[in-house]
Ligand binder design. Structure first.
Ligand SMILES: [Zn+2]
Length: 92
């Protein structure tokens, strides 16, 4: 135990294992406050209920290259290419 925490044995395991907020602080580090469940940010950094854009928001859509559908399509295509290459190697 360090001097700051004294000699009391605190059980901090659950606290240390819970997801933490990764928002960048003005000091340059990470926020470290507990993240809101199901989110990657704490309640002060965009994890609060009702914060963020509504589902299906198209306000910032420019080209659709990174929409969920486009990403999924490219992922499936990559899998197909990998599987094809594997098959080609096997029949050589
Ligand atoms: Zn935070």
């Amino acid at each position: 135990m360090t001097e700051k925490t004294g000699t009391h044995q605190r059980n901090t395991r659950a606290m240390r294992q819970s997801p933490r907020c990764g928002a960048k602080t003005r000091e340059g580090g990470k926020c470290q406050a507990p993240a809101v469940s199901g989110k990657t940010r704490c309640r002060m950094h965009g994890g609060a209920k009702g914060s963020g854009a509504p589902k299906g928001n198209r306000n910032a859509l420019k080209h659709g290259l990174y929409t969920r559908e486009a990403l999924e399509d490219r992922r499936i295509l990559g899998e197909l290419v990998r599987a094809s290459r594997k098959t080609l190697r096997e029949i050589e």
